[in-house]
Design a protein around this ligand. Structure first.
Ligand code: NAG
Ligand code: NAG
Ligand code: NAG
Ligand code: NAG
Ligand code: MN
Length: 332
């Protein structure tokens, strides 16, 4: 298993906190695989030291200083900076197979069985089930694929401005070619799952193995009250979907990660997010996990057909904003 690894990406110190909690959650569930974190050039030195304690490998990826091809691609598509950074995971050719996980995911069970899957395996995206979510995917590092992905990215860009768009258009046969590359969604929750809103959660939530904190507000954007062991903001907020996972994230952070950070940072200031009893402004917690397939009013047969024929109207009707809006109104 020494040539297989879980890989995550921390572009800055905030995402590094997420990576630390993810790494710790993988270790706590006794993974037999290596843990690798790719970091951006701006991650602070003490944060790197903490990452070194939790991960087998900490690899700095800096598109601007790396191979010519990556550099050239970025010059042509400066809008896709972070996307290029994520694509670096294909350059980890010291491993034969990897599972990429976003730093805003949390593991609730051992998920080593994901390594039985082939590239490119991923779970359906909540916004468009024929599209996969790039928060968790199985891949095989390869210089050849890495180069092709860079070229693809440079020539075709990304329909959503991020890595999910690039990967979905590169692995464009994912929806139809091989069902074993669909990580179980709501039909078979054994491997990786998934709840989003309460009805689905009640039915399937107990089988969840990975939580993905989708959206702009991340666990580290909340404040944790160490005395009451509660995440601030959620108790008064009726729209909170399910704070348990957020709480679980914070408990892991405060018990297992924070002590390491205190060790490394010493007297130097850093933002822990933990407070005791102070009233601070906080944002509405949104804990989304992979959602069940979009309701039928979103995916009409015709649009589905067009989508499958590669004729999605990414800029118009099928833009992610539109899909999101419809999903939001459905959920209300
Ligand atoms: C991980 O392994 C340790 C030591 O073998 C064991 O005590 C613990 O229960 C295991 N944890 C899980 C979540 O299986
Ligand atoms: C790919 O990884 C190798 C080490 O295996 C490194 O020397 C090289 O700079 C990396 N390439 C890019 C484009 O990051
Ligand atoms: C669903 O999960 C069970 C238990 O892990 C497995 O035996 C079965 O093959 C899976 N079915 C499909 C269709 O993936
Ligand atoms: C989350 O916190 C980080 C760092 O404190 C900040 O840069 C980011 O804008 C915050 N995001 C939101 C949605 O509040
Ligand atoms: Mn994510």
């Amino acid at each position: 298993m020494a040539d297989q690894a879980f890989v995550t990406l921390a572009t800055n110190d905030n995402y590094a906190k997420g990576a630390m909690v993810l790494g710790k959650s993988l270790r706590n569930h006794n993974t037999s695989r290596k843990l690798v974190v790719l970091i951006g050039p701006h991650v602070a030195e003490p944060t790197r030291d903490v990452l070194h304690k939790l991960f087998d490998e900490v690899v700095q990826v800096d598109v601007l200083d790396s191979g010519d091809m990556a550099h050239l691609s970025l010059m042509k598509r400066p809008d896709l900076g972070i996307t290029f950074t994520k694509l670096h995971c294909w350059n980890l050719t010291q491993y034969s197979k990897c599972v990429f996980m976003d730093a805003d995911t949390l593991v609730l069970a051992n998920i080593d069985e994901l390594f039985e899957r082939e590239e490119l395996s991923a779970a359906p995206d909540p916004g468009w089930p024929d599209c996969f979510n790039s928060g968790v995917f199985v891949f095989r590092p390869s210089k050849d694929t890495y180069g092709k992905l860079l070229t693809h990215c440079e020539e075709k860009g990304s329909f959503d401005g991020g890595d999910q768009g690039v990967l979905n258009s590169y692995y464009s046969d994912w929806a139809t070619a091989d069902i074993s590359k669909h990580l179980p969604f709501i039909y078979n929750l054994s491997s990786i799952a998934i709840y989003s809103y309460l009805p689905a959660f009640k039915q399937y939530g107990h089988e969840a193995k990975v939580v993905h904190f989708l959206g702009k507000v991340k666990p580290w954007n909340h404040t944790f009250d160490t005395k009451s062991k509660s995440v601030k903001g959620h108790s008064q907020d009726p729209s909170t979907l399910h704070p348990d996972y957020l709480l679980q994230w914070w408990e892991l952070f405060s018990t297992s990660v924070l002590p390491l950070m205190k060790e490394e940072y010493g007297d130097k200031p850093f933002h822990s997010g933990c407070e005791a009893g102070e009233d601070v402004h906080d944002v509405t917690p949104k804990v989304h996990v992979f959602q069940p397939p979009a309701p039928p009013q979103i995916s009409s047969q015709q649009r589905k057909q067009q989508w499958e024929q590669g004729q999605a109207d990414y800029m118009g009707m099928d833009s992610f904003d539109n899909i999101q809006r419809k999903l939001d109104s459905f959920l209300k």
